[in-house]
Design a protein around this ligand. Sequence first.
Ligand code: EAX
Length: 322
Amino acid sequence: MKHTITALSGALILAAGLAQAQQSIVVGHTLSPESHYGIGAEAFIAKVEELSGGTFTGDQAAAGQLGGERDMIEGLQIGSLDVVITSTGPLGNFVPEVYALDLPFLFRDYDHARTVLDGEIGQELLAKIDENQLVGLAWSENGFRHVTNSQRPVRTPADLDGLKLRTMENRVHMEAFSQMGAAPTPMAFPELFTALQQGVVDGQENPVTVITASKFWEVQGHVSLTGHVYSPAVILASPVLIDGLTDEQRGWFYEAAVASAEATRAEVNRLEDAGVAVMRENGMEVITEIDKAPFAELAQPAYAVYTDQYGPELVERIQAVE
Ligand code: EAX
């Protein structure tokens, strides 16, 4: 609450034309302060402070204290929040073209995803975001998602059969998991740990970064490295904040977002190497050898959720990027 009030008063000071007054920025996200998002939030704040000579300072509001990702995106649109680091999970509800990035088994590997997001397609999608009362500062990263659950090791789609699996509030993901045999249950991330703990759902799917940052081993015994979808993150700002800045100040925010994404990707890289051992040390059974082809084949109809409305062109362009 305190952060929200600070952000609002910051906006009022700017509206009064006192652009030089000190302004405190809040960077919201759903994960722990030590997570890849937390590291990205700190890098963002440090860069804005450095470039502005301390005119802008900042704090991270971690662990969903400002709400789930969908709530926070709404907060940006109305100007009650400043900056949010979020997965694309709920973003397709606001900017449908972004659903193209959430298609299962679309990106071949991290290089492919980062090349697409850092290139022309990434820029085009940031511009689409900007048409929807949001400002897309830069693409960041969540990571390739894997299935965890409390019931059994998952090696084939048959093992997903009937599993109550929490998904993000994302139509593409829900369709993919229905097709693969699970019973998808959409839910905001801040509710997830308790839902797993109480057995409201059996499992969930998230990258190694999120599984480790959230200590899901406390409530999930099994993880399978399905890598069924790449999960982009994006650093969003409120147009209410950005429109009140000078061109120079705006430039600082874009530069800080790039520094944030770099720091987050470095932590993703670190956990892609170290994460399996960390999960095993904490008692999870980790299935690393998965034949992805049968999962991919079953998930294929989820592509229609996007292509029926927007056509196959963007998907084909993404696939063609080397
Ligand atoms: O963005 O909701 C999710 O599962 C996301 O991966 C998480 O909030 C990090």
